[in-house]
Design a protein around this ligand. Structure first.
Ligand code: SF4
Length: 424
């Protein structure tokens, strides 16, 4: 999937980069610890060597849904209404410090510090493009990197965050940089919502609903979100939750390449906005550009879109993403095929000039050709927006930046240095 950037495409710097755990402090204050006391430890067979202390694992609260947070508080003998208080601190204030949560009692804050933590992704790189686009490369739990991009529009009133759902992607769309990197793993709910958390902390805490640091979220970064359903849905619920980010369902968009059964499943769970990475109006061409089309063809995909819309209680449109590739899908016949294909579907079309990357084998159409394509659609009764490429000077297109830091045989400092040099 794609933003200005392309296709399906991580969070901010400074003080949030890493939350080191001081196991010494934890041990010394943990009245609930399951550890044996020191005399037990010393009487064990291993007394002659430094005993490996068992440090109780603290639960990361960042990705917990409201229900999970309530269950957590009940599990530690606290009232479940604390969940809403804590969620506001985490997601609206961007806090990761229990000691600062002054509407919680001191004993509760101390207890939380012993049994829980708020741990977001680490920031490997943060860059701001000359056009205001901000991009983060984030390090998640296993040392993998993912990307998150914040794209300002409408004089800064609209700030859309493009969020990743997987490390890499298995679907190998032929025009996509992320697809070329292969699939590593699904992100956890904490790693997904952590991207919003880091971006918001970087831009500034939410002070009121009219001035949100992040106004829109598109699940359009690295990965196919519907192939990580069990983590993406809870994360999107946190985006919508009034104690979370409080975004309206129209401002949270999931973009899919067409995992048809999961579109139906999504419609049973929630009614966020849906975008389809279509890119071709015939199966023959789409089989080449978006290989999952061989499994779920265009007809099956459009039928799933109709079923999804029928579950939405309001008038909703599907967003059709169409990456324009020179001499591949940018001719008049393609516009005519696209218009004919979509005539029954309430939709809007986003045209995205292909964002080149090394060895892609594709080229970007000229600006004139892009405008011609838009005009052909207009003449056929469609208003199509052209998404201008943003953040080019910081490799804002999906997967490009991580692609450059992927080679783990080099030290990350060198990657970052090279990226910064390019961004200057
Ligand atoms: S390869 Fe994956 S990330 Fe890239 S466009 Fe296809 S589904 Fe999206």
């Amino acid at each position: 999937m794609t933003t200005t950037v392309a296709q399906h495409t991580p969070a901010p710097s400074t003080d949030i980069a890493s939350t080191a755990i001081d196991s010494t402090d934890t041990d010394s204050t943990d009245a609930d610890s399951t550890n044996a006391d020191s005399s037990d430890t010393q009487s064990s067979d291993t007394a002659s060597t430094p005993a490996a202390k068992t440090v109780p694992e603290r639960q990361n609260l960042l990705g917990m849904s409201r229900e999970q947070m309530e269950a957590f508080f009940l599990s530690i003998g606290e009232k479940k209404f604390r969940a809403a208080q804590l969620m506001k601190w985490i997601h609206q204030e961007g806090s990761d410090d229990f000691a600062a949560m002054t509407n919680l009692s001191k004993p509760l804050r101390e207890k939380l510090a012993r049994v829980a933590e708020i741990r977001g992704p680490g920031v490997v790189y943060e860059g701001t493009s000359s056009d205001g686009t901000r991009k983060w490369v984030l390090e998640v739990e296993d040392g993998s990197y993912v990307e998150t991009v914040l794209i300002p529009a409408e004089n800064g009133k609209r700030r859309t965050l493009c969020v990743s759902s997987q490390v890499g992607c298995s679907l190998d769309c032929s025009f996509c940089s992320t697809g070329k990197q292969g699939f590593q793993r699904n992100l956890t709910a904490a790693e997904i919502i952590g991207q919003v958390w880091v971006a918001q902390r970087s831009v500034g805490p939410r002070r009121d609903t009219a001035n949100r640091p992040v106004t829109n979220v598109v699940m359009m970064g690295m990965g196919e979100p519907l192939l990580n359903f069990d983590n993406v849905v809870p994360a999107m619920k946190l985006m919508l939750d009034d104690n979370g980010y409080g975004l309206s369902k129209r401002r949270v968009t999931l973009s899919t390449s067409g995992v048809v059964p999961m579109i139906d499943k999504l419609g049973d769970e929630m009614d966020v906005s849906l975008a389809i990475s279509l890119h071709a109006a015939t199966d023959e061409l789409r089989n080449e550009l978006v290989p999952i089309n061989r499994k779920y063809n265009i007809r099956a995909l459009l039928d799933a879109c109709h079923r999804y819309l029928s579950k939405c209680p309001d008038n909703r449109q599907i967003t059709i993403e169409y990456t324009l590739i020179k001499d591949v899908n940018d001719q008049q016949e393609h516009a005519e095929q696209l218009a004919a294909l979509l005539k029954e579907l309430p939709c809007k079309i986003n045209l995205i000039p292909f964002n080149p990357f090394p060895n892609s084998g594709y080229e970007t159409p000229s600006r004139n050709q892009t405008m011609r394509f838009q005009q052909w659609l207009y003449d056929l009764g469609y208003t199509a927006t052209v998404r201008m490429t943003r953040g080019e000077d910081i490799d804002a297109a999906c997967g490009q930046l991580v692609g450059r830091v992927k080679d783990r045989t080099k030290r990350s400092a060198r990657y970052i240095q090279s990226v910064q040099l390019d961004a200057d």
